[in-house]
Unconditional design. Structure first.
Length: 153
């Protein structure tokens, strides 16, 4: 089941590829910084997603649509924004800030995973879009803060 793979396991592959890039890179220091920023941004995005969910508890597609066959287990409620999308778009944005081509590849994988989450019936398309915005915003915030710390006035 390719749909289940991309919805449930592609995220682990994204992190695995990031770790491999850190290990095999000639510029380990820069890739380690990318990894650190990416993980920090990902966790920040998950916190922001949970805060939004606290105030806006949207039901998942499998809860409200009769013709949805839920292909992966997920608890009910808290659909918007997608936590998976927010985390992996934050990771992708961090990679993009340092390495444009790799960042586009990571964005493609994150989008593909988000589509998988829709296909298995656990998210609406707007959940993925909201997660994407939260993730990119989180990465941008981490990038801005890191620049302020490096260059004091």
């Amino acid at each position: 089941m390719w749909i289940v793979f991309k919805a449930q396991f592609l995220g682990w592959w994204i992190l695995g590829i990031l770790v491999i890039l850190v290990i095999v890179s000639r510029d380990k220091g820069k890739w380690f910084k990318v990894f650190f920023y990416a993980i920090f941004s990902g966790f920040l995005s998950r916190v922001l997603a949970e805060i939004i969910r606290f105030f806006y508890n949207r039901p998942r597609p499998f809860e409200v649509l009769e013709n949805i066959n839920q292909l992966v287990f997920h608890s009910a409620g808290g659909s918007f924004p997608s936590g998976h999308a927010s985390f992996f778009f934050a990771v992708s944005a961090c990679v993009f800030f340092f390495y444009r081509i790799w960042g586009l590849i990571f964005f493609g994988m994150a989008l593909y995973m988000g589509i998988g989450r829709i296909e298995v019936g656990v998210h609406w398309p707007t959940d993925i879009l909201g997660g994407m915005l939260v993730g990119i915003f989180s990465a941008w915030i981490v990038q801005k803060i890191s620049r302020k710390i490096k260059t004091p006035r």
